[in-house]
Design a protein around this ligand. Structure first.
Ligand code: FES
Length: 137
């Protein structure tokens, strides 16, 4: 009577091993959707018809320009200071890097533009999530 018990145990071990391997293969073959963390949710009505809205705690600026809404990270790409938004553009107070309203680099020492964030429309709200190339709502 030992044989059937051992055979059942071997079957269960083989089955568990097979399922674990199948799960591993499945995870390898099927790419996961990257979850984007919501960074900011803003009523659309708060955004002015022209200019920028700055969320200092989140270090994000929402800029309306030429009908587009752009979300920019205000984290300076040089060393991480918070970039200040002025009527004429954006300036880093630490070492003086300057950016235009679209976050494009005008002068260093930073060597990269401000990071564009994804912004999407969700009913009466704008939702800003992680990095994006486009970033228009
Ligand atoms: S941290 Fe912004 S210019 Fe250096």
């Amino acid at each position: 009577m030992e044989k059937p018990r051992q055979s059942r145990r071997q079957f269960i071990v083989a089955l568990v091993t097979l399922l674990a391997a199948a799960g591993g293969i499945w995870r390898f073959l099927v790419p996961r959707k990257a979850k984007r963390e919501m960074l900011l949710r803003v009523p659309k009505a708060e955004l002015p018809s022209h200019g920028a809205l700055v969320y200092r705690e989140s270090r994000i600026a929402l800029v309306r320009e030429e009908g587009n809404i752009i979300a920019l990270s205000l984290v300076c790409p040089h060393l991480g200071c918070t970039v200040a938004v002025t009527p004429t553009g954006m300036v880093c107070p630490c070492h003086g890097s300057r950016f235009n309203q679209r976050g494009e680099l005008l002068s260093g020492p930073a060597t990269e533009p401000l990071a564009a964030l994804a912004v999407a429309s969700d009913g009466e709200y704008l939702v800003v999530t992680g990095r994006s190339r486009g970033g228009n709502a």
